[in-house]
Write a protein that binds this ligand. Structure first.
Ligand SMILES: [Fe+2]
Ligand SMILES: [Fe+2]
Length: 335
């Protein structure tokens, strides 16, 4: 993956430093920055050093103290950003956690991106949607995997069971990230990891960043599990609609397999996540039930902000991508 173009003073400075061999540098100021796209991209790049890294960026930057210092400031900014947008749900008693998660999901009244794409979205809009989702879905499940060594016993077994499915149960061609690559190819998109990083706005990056934030900090492990539970509990029905939308637009079975797979898999995963994973974790850590619910609430809020962004832009006849010229309606072909 290539470093994308910088979006403001933070990424401008960070990317210039990363292009050189690892060294100590004074982090650029974050506090004064109100450019969300710049801060989200900088945070995403700091996190990505723990995943696949970047072409031309030395792998040893991963644990460089200057990068970590910048990341800490960006995380403090992002946690404040989340706190302003996500009300903290009341902490339920441990045995009520699965029910409280279900109630939180049921109360979510954000606009339905999947309903729009099932019946009305055009091929160019579906393609944009897939471009946004590629930022996470080409590394699907990786951020929650950070949670495995942070758990013991039942919740650990439950998380591993979910992740094993996400990673294809030993069959690389069944990995969800690989199924998603087939979706991208079916839409004539570049299926290589991170190909569209430069094309997505801050709200899309925030969806990935919140998972890495929760995954890379042990004290957020409750939120990480709640986040995964909310993901699984809001997946089955929307994925059925995405598949129907893609079929309406001419997408073949290979292109739709990612969505079809999730209709079944996540109906199972949501039970494992809510009961075996979050329920068991809550019983062991009664003081963290509020964190579980907060993680779920963060997932739901970010998904709502994402859906609003896409639907609002499309209603205005504009692209939802970062660069307007990325939307090329005329050239879109769905195979
Ligand atoms: Fe998946
Ligand atoms: Fe799943």
């Amino acid at each position: 993956m290539q470093l994308p173009a910088p979006r403001g003073p933070i990424t401008d400075r960070l990317f210039a430093e990363l292009a050189r061999p690892p060294h100590v540098f004074g982090p650029p100021p974050v506090g004064a920055c109100d450019a969300e796209d710049d801060a989200q991209l900088a945070l995403f790049v700091c996190y990505e050093l723990h995943y696949q890294g970047f072409d031309g960026v030395d792998d040893r930057w991963e644990w460089n103290p200057s990068v970590l210092a910048l990341r800490e400031r960006l995380e403090a900014w992002f946690e404040g950003w989340l706190a302003r947008r996500v009300p903290r749900p009341p902490a339920p008693p441990p045995r009520e956690v699965p029910r409280a998660l279900a109630a939180l999901v049921a109360a979510d009244d954000g606009p339905s991106l999947s309903a729009y794409l099932r019946s009305r979205g055009d091929a160019a809009q579906f393609r944009e949607f897939v471009i946004h989702r590629s930022i996470y879905q080409l590394k699907e499940a990786d951020p929650h995997t950070w949670g495995i060594p942070r758990l013991l016993g039942r919740p650990k077994a439950a998380l591993v069971e979910i992740q094993s499915d996400e990673y294809g149960g030993g069959r690389p061609e069944r990995m969800h990230a690989e199924l998603f690559r087939a979706t991208m190819r079916g839409l004539g998109l570049d299926d290589s990891y991170g190909a569209y990083l430069g094309g997505v706005p801050g709200v899309t990056l925030a969806i990935s960043n919140v998972m890495s934030l929760f995954g890379l900090h042990r004290h957020h492990r409750g939120a990480l599990l709640g986040h995964l539970a909310a993901f699984e509990m809001t997946s089955s029905l929307p994925n059925r609609r995405y598949s129907q939308g893609l079929r309406r637009l001419g997408g073949d079975a290979d292109a739709r397999r990612y969505y079809d797979e999730h209709v079944q898999a996540d109906a199972v995963h949501e039970q494992i996540a809510a009961h075996d994973m979050c329920g068991a974790f809550a019983a062991e850590h009664p003081g963290l039930t509020g964190d579980i619910l907060y993680g779920a609430a963060c997932a739901l809020t970010l998904d709502r902000l994402f859906a609003e962004h896409l639907l609002n832009r499309w209603r205005e006849g504009r692209t939802s991508l970062w660069q307007a010229e990325w939307r090329a309606d005329a050239e879109v072909t769905v195979r």
